[in-house]
Ligand binder design. Structure first.
Ligand code: FAD
Ligand code: FES
Length: 287
């Protein structure tokens, strides 16, 4: 691909813009400020299937809506899992939902992680903080289809050990011999025996053949920018690096312009973008 952008946008008909009521089946506290919600459509209807990397607009009735990535397994029938960190009023109300409660859902929206780009290639996944939930559906898919891909490296960084989400699942992933999983934190006490430092400091330990590698990044924008630059320095082509962007959203269907990112709208053309298409806009705060 050359220097021109090639935003593909989502394919298929747009999903409904009216929120559909979903029942909260279960909640799991991940960290002191982050909760995973398991949602099922009320009345036994089927939830629209999603692809790894997509998000839903979750509506806390009487409070408002927020874009939240789908963090569960695309093959899990019946509903969605969402992992919500408290940032303001809507996320607070969602995080306080209890089993039996009702949340409005519209979606799924957005572009997926391009799994097919990873076939016969080494795969490097780098997640920072709440960047792991949008990558977890991709990881499930990669592990389910494991023989199709080369080496699989995952680097996950959080601020402190108590900010690590999916803690039990991480312990399971670490025991697999077909996935190398490195975890690092910015700061830790004496009870932490793992790595301390930025995710970029773990990259030199990752085993991959740069010219035949695909990388998937999600986390704070500055973390994705520095990680992409470190991957480029190791020889990974800019067209083989993919990242997921966040911007404030309102309509989520390409109408209101709130989520503008350079010439693109994150809701319609993203959130998953090819690095070579968006590198020049990465340092720019919301326009
Ligand atoms: C595609 C996409 C996927 C997302 N996935 C998740 C997820 O899986 N889990 C999750 O907890 N959050 C996710 N977010 C972020 C989430 O949408 C916002 O944190 C949420 O809208 C905050 O709403 P609020 O009313 O609670 O906070 P507000 O009161 O609206 O905002 C609180 C603070 O967060 C800032 N803010 C609000 N929205 C965003 C945003 N999108 N990006 C950066 N800063 C923002 C505001 O400027 C303010 O400083 C995602 C956002 C996008 C665009
Ligand atoms: S949120 Fe309205 S255009 Fe993207």
């Amino acid at each position: 691909m050359g220097g021109e952008s090639s935003f593909a946008g989502s394919s298929g008909p747009p999903p409904s813009v009216a929120p559909v009521p979903f029942e909260v089946r279960r909640t799991t506290s991940e960290t002191p400020d982050t909760v995973t919600l398991e949602l099922r459509p009320k009345g036994g209807a089927a939830a629209t299937r999603f692809r790894p990397g997509q998000f839903n607009m979750l509506y806390a009735f009487g409070v408002g809506e927020a874009a939240i990535s789908i963090s569960g397994d695309p093959e899990e029938p019946g509903g969605y899992r969402h992992t919500v960190r408290v940032a303001g009023r809507v996320s607070q109300a969602l995080a306080e939902a209890t089993p039996g409660g009702v949340v409005g859902v519209r979606g799924p929206y957005g572009t997926p992680w391009p799994l097919e780009e990873a076939v016969d290639r080494d795969v490097v996944i780098v997640a920072g903080g709440l960047g792991l939930p949008p990558l977890r559906p991709l990881l499930y898919e990669l592990l389910r289809q494991r023989p199709r891909f080369g080496r699989l490296e995952l680097i996950y960084g959080a601020r402190t050990p108590k900010d690590l989400v999916f803690y039990d699942e991480i312990q399971h992933w670490r025991t697999r011999n077909d996935l190398r999983f490195q975890t690092t934190v910015d700061t830790a006490g004496r009870d932490w025996y793992g790595d301390v430092g930025l995710v970029t400091a773990r990259l030199p330990d990752a085993r991959f053949e740069p010219s035949k590698t695909v990388a998937f990044l999600c986390g704070p924008e500055i973390m994705m920018k520095l990680t992409a630059e470190a991957l480029l320095a190791r020889g990974v082509p800019p067209t083989a690096i993919w990242l997921s962007m966040e911007r404030n959203m309102k309509c989520a269907v390409g109408l209101c312009g709130h989520c503008q990112f350079g010439p693109a709208f994150v809701c319609r053309d993203g959130p998953v973008f090819r690095y070579s298409d968006v590198a020049r806009y990465l340092a720019i705060r919301e326009l």
